[in-house]
Design a protein around this ligand. Structure first.
Ligand code: FE
Length: 292
């Protein structure tokens, strides 16, 4: 097992600053029963950022864009992580779990060997905004039992930055603070950062991890030297290195997401993500026979 970010804590950020490899703009699409969203990972431009299979941003003040929600549908072979910025979403699944995600809440759902769930807005007006990230599971863990965790807003620690801004620690570590997400083989990092114009953010990200930023408000400069400008809404894939350094050119908000790549073949078909097409056929058969 590779060293963890926590081993780098307690010392100043040292080593190589991660540069921007490329930036990617999300693609407008709709999913579920017609929810309008922006797909950032899981498109032709960026099909997979190992170990992350998908990143969707949803956000609208118009109920027509979200009201239909995501009625009953299956998943197998990975995890979905939903982070709400605004609005309320009700989760129900066939394993008896139910949860209400409110602004600032995180839902960590391990589909594992199979789940059927619905994700429905619990509001008829106002703003609905958030993200859903799909985290792959290594082959040996794809058929693990279903797990469901509701992480309430107050359980997500907030670190205030001295220069102005704050960091919400959802998964991994920042500045000695650990997020509430479960431990995983891929050691995921998930930070939500808010910076005021001119302020800086630095965080160690272990060199074994792939990493990206998703800038969803404002403009930042990323990396060594004069940096690489990234304007919202845009994903910036980061090169290998020991830490990431971000300066806000304007007031900005962005996600910092990282994890150890799985480095295995990916066979995906809609809500199923396995290693081989045989396993996909098996998933479809098992779902149709009610084995989820
Ligand atoms: Fe789902």
């Amino acid at each position: 097992m590779a060293a963890t970010d926590s081993e780098l804590l307690g010392s100043a950020v040292t080593g190589t600053s991660r540069a921007v490899v490329r930036t990617v703009v999300g693609m407008p699409t709709s999913d579920g029963a017609g929810v309008k969203l922006t797909r950032v990972i899981g498109t032709q431009a960026l099909s997979y950022l190992d170990p992350f299979l998908m990143l969707d941003e949803f956000g609208s003040d118009d109920p027509a864009a979200y009201i239909a929600g995501f009625p009953s549908h299956p998943h197998r072979g990975f995890e979905t992580i939903t982070y709400m910025l605004d609005g309320r979403m009700r989760h129900r699944d066939n394993h008896g779990n139910e949860g209400l995600l409110t602004a600032g809440a995180v839902q960590w759902m391990t589909a594992g060997r199979g789940i059927v769930h619905s994700e429905m807005p619990e509001q008829e007006q106002g703003r609905m905004r958030g993200f859903q990230l799909w985290l792959n599971l290594p082959s040996g863990e794809k058929m693990r039992p279903v797990e469901y965790q509701d992480i309430e807003p107050h359980k997500v620690p907030v670190v205030e930055l001295p220069q102005g801004g704050q960091v919400k620690v959802i998964a991994g570590h920042f500045d000695g603070v650990r997020g509430p997400a479960p431990e995983r083989t891929t050691q995921p990092v998930y930070l939500d950062v808010r910076l005021t114009a001119g302020s800086q953010f630095q965080s160690a990200i272990h060199i074994a991890k792939s990493a990206f930023l998703y800038v969803y408000e404002g403009e930042v400069s990323v990396g060594p030297g004069s940096g690489h400008a990234v304007t919202a809404p845009k994903l910036a894939e980061l090169a290998a290195g020991d830490y990431v350094q971000v300066t806000a050119m304007k007031d900005a908000r962005f996600l910092v997401i990282a994890g150890i790549p799985v480095r295995e073949p990916v066979a995906r078909y809609g809500p199923f993500v396995m290693n081989t097409s045989e396993q996909i056929h098996q998933a479809i058969a098992d779902f149709q026979q009610g084995k989820f």
